[in-house]
Design a protein around this ligand. Structure first.
Ligand SMILES: Cc1ncc(COP(=O)(O)O)c(C=O)c1O
Length: 397
């Protein structure tokens, strides 16, 4: 099969928001949205719609939307559609998961969280462990490299869960997930991966990663604002989340409180289809997604290198130093990151400053809660965007 070319102009033309002329380096906070996605949301809301069921056309429409979205996410993550759970956000799903798992914990049990993670994969575990009387163990970060320490240093025969990010939304570090998974499983613990930042930048295969539970958020990869949890349905069968009496006990619905946002699920399917379209027209959707995400990664890496070369000539400090990382750069600009962000915004270049809920790494890197200036790339980022960013930073620094 021939490699499809990365047609950036055609891709950008699918995003109405880009017509405003801004250069977006704020993708790690949430990506811009293609018309395909907005249209799928509108189509779902304007077609006959009812609670999901099979009895009549409007109910069947909702049913089909749900099944299609589970299949789309299964294709994106190489997961089982029967283990794809939708929720309001990754944070909400992780809170529920941690609370549910903690029902089986007690004093002496241990839970591992890291100094690299977004707080959404830290605090739910800390809160749940404290309630259960379990112990929290912290996997540290080397501030010189932004790499995690060896997970073996915090594992024991009492470890129940290890929660690690697939990639840091602050500095881009991509831990070696399969290597960590092997150690976590050898210790008999569950491996929970926060894939929110990673899923926007790389092809995901949950089994190859070795994650028992993988979470992500479609609004980071061109989709609408909701969250997704993927796990083996057989594992989900073993969990008993709080639920209403009349709602189904079937998996994955057992974990989905209340009525699903059908329109957002349709938008999620559309976002997956947009990513698949970057992988050409041949083969299964899964195949096109793998090819498409590889093309996204190559495109974003090329632009990242351009930015890094440009930054090397400026008096800014680049904090993203891990060997393997996403195209997300945290920098410190003389005169202040907030000031630099505001000056860039005046030129229509959006690169926010902050710690982006990644409190632990921000503090560990000595940045306090203020963090730094974050430059994030997305599939629609262009060379012109990069030129504007570097010119703006040269004036701000
Ligand atoms: C790495 C990472 N994890 C988790 C989250 C939380 O995701 P959600 O907004 O879906 O709760 C974010 C959001 O920025 C994130 O970047």
């Amino acid at each position: 099969m021939s490699e499809p070319t990365y047609d950036l102009a055609a891709l950008r033309a699918r995003f109405p928001a880009l017509d405003a002329g801004y250069a977006h380096f704020d993708g790690p906070g949430g990506s811009q949205v293609p018309l395909d996605v907005a249209q799928a949301v509108a189509d779902t809301l304007t077609a006959p719609i009812a609670n999901r069921g099979t009895g009549y056309a409007a109910a069947r429409n909702a049913e089909l939307v749900v099944l299609a979205a589970r299949q789309a996410m299964a294709d994106l993550l190489a997961a089982d559609p029967g283990g794809v759970v939708f929720g309001r956000s990754m944070t909400e799903l992780t809170m529920t998961l941690a609370r549910t798992l903690a029902d089986g914990w007690g004093p002496g049990d241990e839970v591992v969280v890291t100094r690299l993670d977004h707080d959404a994969n830290v605090r739910p575990w800390v809160i749940a462990a404290e309630r259960a009387g379990a112990t929290v163990r912290w996997l540290d970060l080397d501030p010189a490299t932004c790499e995690l320490d060896d997970v073996a240093t915090v594992l024991s025969d009492r470890t129940r869960v290890v929660a690690v990010t697939g990639a840091s939304n602050l500095v881009g570090t991509r831990p070696d997930l399969p290597a960590i998974a092997a150690q976590v499983h050898a210790a008999g613990a569950l491996f929970v991966v926060d894939g929110v930042h990673l899923t926007a930048h790389a092809a995901i295969d949950v089994a190859a990663i070795g994650a028992d539970v993988f979470l992500c958020s479609p609004y980071k990869f061109l989709g609408p604002h909701c969250g997704v949890l993927a796990a083996d349905p057989a594992f989900l069968e073993t969990l008993r989340p709080d639920k209403l009496l009349p709602s189904t006990d079937a998996v994955p619905e057992r974990f989905e409180l209340g009525t699903l946002p059908y329109e957002l699920l349709a938008g999620t399917t559309a976002a997956v289809d947009v990513l698949a379209s970057l992988g050409g027209e041949e083969g299964t959707r899964r195949h096109r997604l793998v090819v498409g995400m590889a093309a996204v990664e190559a495109h974003e890496d090329r632009l990242r290198r351009r930015i890094e070369e440009g930054l090397a000539a400026l008096p800014v400090e680049v904090l993203s130093r891990a060997r393997h990382r996403t195209p997300t750069l945290l920098v410190r600009v003389p005169g202040g990151d907030q000031r630099a962000s505001a000056l860039l915004a005046d030129r229509g270049v959006f690169a926010p400053s902050g710690s982006f809920y990644a409190l632990e790494p921000a503090r560990r890197l000595g940045l306090g809660d203020a963090g730094g200036l974050r430059i994030g790339l997305a599939p629609y980022s262009s060379d012109d965007d990069v030129d504007r960013l570097l010119e703006g930073l040269a004036d701000a620094a």
